[in-house]
Design a protein around this ligand. Structure first.
Ligand SMILES: Cc1cc2nc3c(=O)[nH]c(=O)nc-3n(C[C@H](O)[C@H](O)[C@H](O)COP(=O)(O)OP(=O)(O)OC[C@H]3O[C@@H](n4cnc5c(N)ncnc54)[C@H](O)[C@@H]3O)c2cc1C
Length: 485
């Protein structure tokens, strides 16, 4: 049997790749990647530069690995809905295999492709593997999806058996001769030049090897103390594999099993880390069962929330000029290296929604633009959690204080000093609230508030009060207020 193996942007690996292994078992294999203008047109690619750099680098390594196995990754240029059925026809392939996507637009794309393939006498077969459990598989006793994480995670542990990841094939069947009709559809591998993206050396390296190296480094240096270290913003205390899980340079199963074995002697750290991987499962489960969350607040009471419009405040948040050092460090880390520490994401997101009273969807879209790990499911869950309108969200009336959060999770100011260098010399006791330092002392340290670094754009307690008043006014009539703690 001849099979097209369609590598999509979320499974860029040879190890633990169920569709590829299945194709190899059944005969001839044609590995393809579709260079769809939806992502690869320069004007689109430039809107998500870090993700595209990671993707292009990962594709380069994948193509080399496939070649080393005796085959070739073909790059088809065009819209996937049209070109995949055309390629299948041109190659006279009996089937196309790929990993299942959970996003509503991916599901719709696959529906259209499956229909077109069926009309041409071929078929689309989708395999699980993006997550550990099939999204939608874990249900409450009454058969509905979970809206709260802890019971979801309990049910997950009971229901899901996570097997060993399958090794990469050592060899692949040689590529069949390329028919003339297929040649017309094929082109070169994308490069940063072809998509108009300038390389950013601070974005993590793509590809399976770099992903494995990150797991090894994590297990060697930080994993044993993950339960304590994961919140320290100035320390490399986490795995940094989120983009690998997103682009599939590491399978979820490989991440789970490698860290489980590596943390056998550190059960507390393992439990905490496993819990984070289950949060990822939850995010995918929510997206699959409630696809509307990509556009609407999960809690209907939050529709038409009185978000403000304030271009000046928005620009200050985006550029890292709010005057709150930890919020600004998060903004600049995002623009600088396409990553933000999880604790900093929570603080920055809360600040945007609550202190500035700006729509969480603005922040969500901005993060999708610049995060290398920008992932529809996890990003939406994180933003709706931070705003207070999502599944298992933090209570809306809990407003993070960016100063105390900074003092607690960046006590020596290492995170702020790295990303807000104009404050590098400020002593730790003022690093998160430079406006409290005596002005003369600040001047001596090279800081002139309002000139070299902004004064706070809002005052914490006033901003908190403004948000609480807006939320109470909006949510109470709709019955959305559950009482304060
Ligand atoms: C506002 C906001 C936006 C976010 N956007 C994204 C996003 O676009 N993509 C993304 O992968 N994560 C997102 N997260 C979750 C989290 O911040 C990142 O997964 C984490 O910081 C990645 O770093 P790491 O790989 O070192 O994580 P680790 O702490 O080492 O965790 C291991 C893995 O668990 C998963 N994970 C950890 N925390 C979460 C979480 N809260 N939700 C879902 N999965 C999680 C990730 O896959 C991560 O790689 C967001 C969180 C917030 C608050």
């Amino acid at each position: 049997m001849r099979t097209l193996v369609w590598f999509r942007g979320k499974d860029l690996r040879l190890a633990d790749h169920a569709p590829l292994l299945d194709a190899v078992r059944h005969g001839e294999v044609v590995p393809i990647f579709v260079v769809d203008p939806y992502f690869f047109a320069p004007e689109r690619a430039q809107e998500m530069p870090s993700r595209m750099q990671f993707l292009v680098d990962s594709l380069g390594e994948l193509a080399t690995s496939i070649e080393a196995c005796g085959s070739q990754l073909l790059f088809a240029h065009g819209k996937s809905v049209a070109i995949v059925p055309e390629l299948a026809r041109a190659f006279a392939a009996e089937r196309v295999v790929a990993h299942r996507w959970s996003e509503p637009f991916g599901i719709e794309r696959d529906r259209r492709i499956a229909k077109a393939l069926a009309e041409g006498g071929s078929r689309l077969e989708l395999f699980e593997g993006e997550t550990l459990a099939t999204p939608g598989q874990i249900l409450t006793g009454s058969g509905t999806p979970f809206s709260v994480f802890t019971p979801f995670s309990r049910a997950f542990v009971k229901a899901v058996t996570i097997g060993a990841p399958r090794p990469a094939p050592k060899t692949l069947p040689p590529l069949p001769a390329i028919p003339a009709a297929a040649k017309k559809l094929l082109g070169k591998a994308p490069t940063l030049g072809s998509i108009g993206v300038t390389r950013n050396e601070l974005v993590v390296a793509g590809g399976e090897k770099a992903a494995r190296a990150r797991v090894t480094t994590f297990l060697k240096h930080a994993a044993a103390k993950y339960d304590e270290g994961r919140n320290a913003m100035g320390v490399a205390g986490t795995s940094r594999v989120s983009q690998d899980l997103k682009f599939g340079t590491l399978s979820a199963r490989s991440a789970w099993q490698a860290t489980r074995h590596g943390l056998e002697d550190h059960p507390k750290a393992w439990r905490t880390f496993a819990n984070e991987l289950v949060w990822r499962e939850f995010a995918y489960d929510v997206l699959r069962s409630r696809p509307a969350v990509l556009e609407h607040p999960f809690k209907p009471a939050w529709e038409r929330f009185p978000w403000r419009k304030d271009e000046v405040a928005w620009r200050a948040w985006v550029e890292g000029k709010t005057g709150y050092p930890v919020v600004d460090a998060a903004a600049r880390q995002l623009l600088g290296e396409g990553f933000v520490h999880n604790r900093a994401r929570m603080i920055a997101a809360s600040f945007l929604c609550k202190h500035l009273l700006l729509d969480f969807r603005l922040g969500e879209a901005h993060y999708m633009k610049y995060l290398t790990d920008g992932d529809w499911a996890a990003n939406d869950l994180g933003w709706q959690w931070s705003a207070g309108c999502g599944v298992d969200a933090q209570p809306w009336f809990r407003v993070f204080n960016p100063v105390t959060q900074g003092e607690r999770f960046d006590a020596d100011g290492a995170y702020v000093r790295r990303w807000v260098p104009e404050l590098a010399n400020v002593p730790s006791r003022w690093i998160h609230s430079p406006w409290l330092a005596p002005p003369l002392e600040l001047r001596a340290l090279g800081v002139n508030l309002g000139r070299t670094y902004p004064a706070p754009i809002v005052e914490h307690s006033l901003a908190r009060g403004r948000f609480l008043a807006a939320a109470e006014g909006h949510l109470r009539p709709a019955g959305g207020v559950q009482g304060k703690s």
